[in-house]
Design a protein around this ligand. Structure first.
Ligand code: XMP
Length: 516
């Protein structure tokens, strides 16, 4: 973690899916937050000079022998602590209270009854405010010095506190939107109880990062691979500002981009004044992918080829660079420090373009403290045009994972042409602004059709359009039938070799957004 950030609120992660939400909510209050694993000692945590500590929820039970725990010394640091769900149960358990399996498990949104007269935490929480509860254990008796401060219909002790030592627990989840006044509640805890002054703004971030990059790289040279996406572009802008002509960027064209995309990316990046070397490597990628059908093999070959091409370019520069900049974001950092470790692998996203063990460069990661929307705001401050800020995500392996089965120049043409039509037609509609991604997938089957008086036996294209907050879950876009009809009509008329178009109506989960 960079030492350029203000004193943090430390969030200890016990493996909840919602830990990132806690960090986001705290950042939204303009307070800097960091997620730490439970194994850190109280002394290590004290060194970070935290202004408050939040214990996350988690799937374990405190009496489970393998349950994650914390150094109880954190409760004696004199820093306010808030335990959420499992975090509250663990606090109670470690301080001498009793946790038992709940008689009635409680899942869902329920009215909360705060005991306003006994706690100053409830200033912003009206009686019967809806809160999200999700727990199988409950508190039977409180630790010494604590009192009960709230209940729900089925959970008699749904909140507790030791006001004197500023230790608080809530059974509900303030970090989710279903808890109507969750952010207000966190504001009361952080601003009023913990006395934190919000000072996490991005305005000073640019200057601090530029200074840090200069200090790290010294008189050496730094390189960076650009994809045309916002993370690598913002990373490059910061590095370029810091190092001037000791910075060099590369754009590796893997031959798997959408129609006209590589040309556009190169124009846009050069338009930003970045020193950019385009590398046309399409042939190498397509040769290595010849006949490969397995999606994970495709990803691995593309990742490895990317490294091979990029490093051979970088190492043939007149001055050999010692540093490599990467657009790693905070969610990747959280994932790697989390209690549960990297979450179970569904697709090897993070390995694409990931670094092999033998890396000749030292890493510079100026965005590793930030969430995606913070990077977007930083991009705006650095003068990036809207087209960059609002780009749809596009997977690293490109169209290779949108051609189900083997990749050939002919099949690439079909997916490119149909994708262009879908982007053009949906892009004209108001609904486009509400969608996360829309694209086409070329299926590995042929179907019978009739065109004019001729029987055809040609390819099938699927249209995929989804809305999503973060790509983790997604809903099928409700495209009007007239629009779907227009897409089908144009694709069949204009894309040679396609005689059938289908619309994918699978949400995520159980589907994924991409088909491979
Ligand atoms: P899935 O298909 O897992 O996709 O629901 C979620 C989001 O991730 C993108 N995606 C990838 N991005 N490399 C990437 O950089 C990959 O291998 C990859 N696979 C999927 C996908 O476009 C969606 O936004």
């Amino acid at each position: 973690m960079s030492n350029l950030t203000p004193d943090p609120v430390i969030i200890i992660d016990f493996g909840s899916q919602l830990t990132q939400n806690i960090a986001r909510r705290v950042r939204e209050l303009e307070i800097y937050s960091e997620v730490h694993p439970p194994r850190e000692t109280a002394a290590e945590i004290r060194q970070r000079n935290p202004k408050a500590i939040i214990l996350s929820g988690g799937p374990a039970s405190v009496f489970d022998p393998a349950a994650p725990t914390v150094d109880p010394g954190i409760f004696r640091l004199g820093v306010p602590v808030l335990g959420i769900c499992y975090g509250m149960q663990l606090m109670a358990h470690l301080l001498g209270g009793k946790v038992v399996p709940a008689e009635i498990r409680e899942y869902g949104v329920t009215p909360f009854h705060p005991e306003k007269e006994v706690s100053s935490l409830w200033r912003s929480l009206a009686d019967q405010s809806p809160v999200l509860m999700s727990h199988g254990d409950a508190l039977l008796s409180l630790p010494k010095g604590f009192r009960k401060t709230g209940r729900t219909r089925t959970t008699p002790v749904a909140a507790m506190e030791d006001g004197e030592n500023r230790l608080y627990g809530v059974q509900f989840h303030p970090e989710v939107t279903q808890t109507l006044h969750g952010t207000d509640f966190l504001r009361t805890f952080l601003l009023e109880i913990s006395g934190i002054r919000p000072n996490w703004t991005l305005s000073g971030y640019i200057e601090r990062q530029i200074a840090s990059i200069r200090e790290t790289v010294g008189k050496d040279h730094l390189i960076c691979a650009l994809s045309g996406g916002i993370d690598s572009t913002v990373t490059a802008l910061l590095c370029h500002k810091a190092l001037g002509d000791r910075f060099q960027a590369f754009y590796v064209d893997n031959g798997l981009m959408r129609m006209g995309e590589s040309e556009q990316i190169i124009r846009d990046l050069q338009g930003l004044g970045l020193p950019l070397t385009p590398v046309d490597a399409g042939k190498i990628f397509l040769d290595r992918l010849k006949g490969v059908r397995n999606p994970e093999r495709k990803r691995k070959i593309i990742g490895k080829t990317f490294i091979d091409v990029f490093w051979s370019e970088a190492l043939s520069l007149p001055v050999r660079p010692r540093y490599l900049a990467q657009g790693t974001l905070y969610p990747d950092v959280i994932e790697s420090v989390s209690h549960k470790g990297p979450s179970s692998m569904i697709k090897s996203h993070h390995n694409v373009g990931g670094l092999p063990k033998k890396n000749p460069f030292r890493l510079v990661e100026p965005l590793r403290d930030l969430f995606k929307d913070e990077v977007r705001r930083l991009g705006t401050q650095l003068g990036l045009p809207e087209t960059f800020i609002k780009k749809q995500p596009f997977p690293g392996p490109g169209l290779a994972i949108r051609i189900i089965g083997a990749i050939t120049p002919e099949r690439l043409r079909m997916v490119r042409e149909s994708d262009r039509i879908v982007r053009e037609e949906i892009g004209r509609q108001a609904i486009a602004a509400t969608l996360w991604q829309y694209f086409t997938v070329l299926l590995p089957i042929q179907s019978v059709g009739v065109m004019g008086d001729q029987r055809t036996y040609e390819n099938v294209v699927a249209i995929r359009a989804v809305s999503s907050q973060d790509g983790m879950t997604a809903d099928v876009a409700e495209l009007p039938h007239t629009l779907l009809a227009q897409l089908s009509h144009r694709i069949i008329a204009e894309v040679r070799g396609v005689n059938r178009v289908v619309y994918d109506i699978s949400p995520k989960p159980p589907g994924t957004i991409e088909w491979e």
